[in-house]
Design a protein around this ligand. Structure first.
Ligand SMILES: [Zn+2]
Length: 102
């Protein structure tokens, strides 16, 4: 019974870390719950999805991650782009900064 409780809390912690990084809460909840310690460690080391630079697919216009080599919508091979789109997080920060204070 104690093991289930431990797994639950590891899952919860991993899920929260994953969610913070722009990934799926549920996926990291499962990983961290099934492999306590290691799963949570993986969630902590996982790249910040919301901080990745993005780019636009030249064929269909879908915004994908900069490191993607294939468009997830139309399957076009993507060369390394000349222009990158700011990450979701920095776009959010810019939006917050441009909003009038008060
Ligand atoms: Zn595409």
């Amino acid at each position: 019974m104690a093991a289930v409780v431990i797994m639950f809390f590891f899952g919860l912690a991993g899920g929260i870390v994953g969610r913070m990084k722009g990934s799926s809460f549920f996926v990291w909840f499962l990983i961290s719950g099934l492999i306590p310690f290691l799963g949570l460690l993986a969630a902590v080391c996982y790249r910040w999805d919301s901080r990745e630079l993005r780019r636009q697919c030249p064929s269909c216009g879908r915004v994908v991650k900069l490191h993607d080599t294939l468009c997830t919508r139309c399957g076009t091979d993507l060369d390394f782009p000349d222009v990158a789109i700011a990450s979701e997080e920095s776009a959010r920060q810019r939006l917050a900064a441009s909003r009038p204070a008060g």
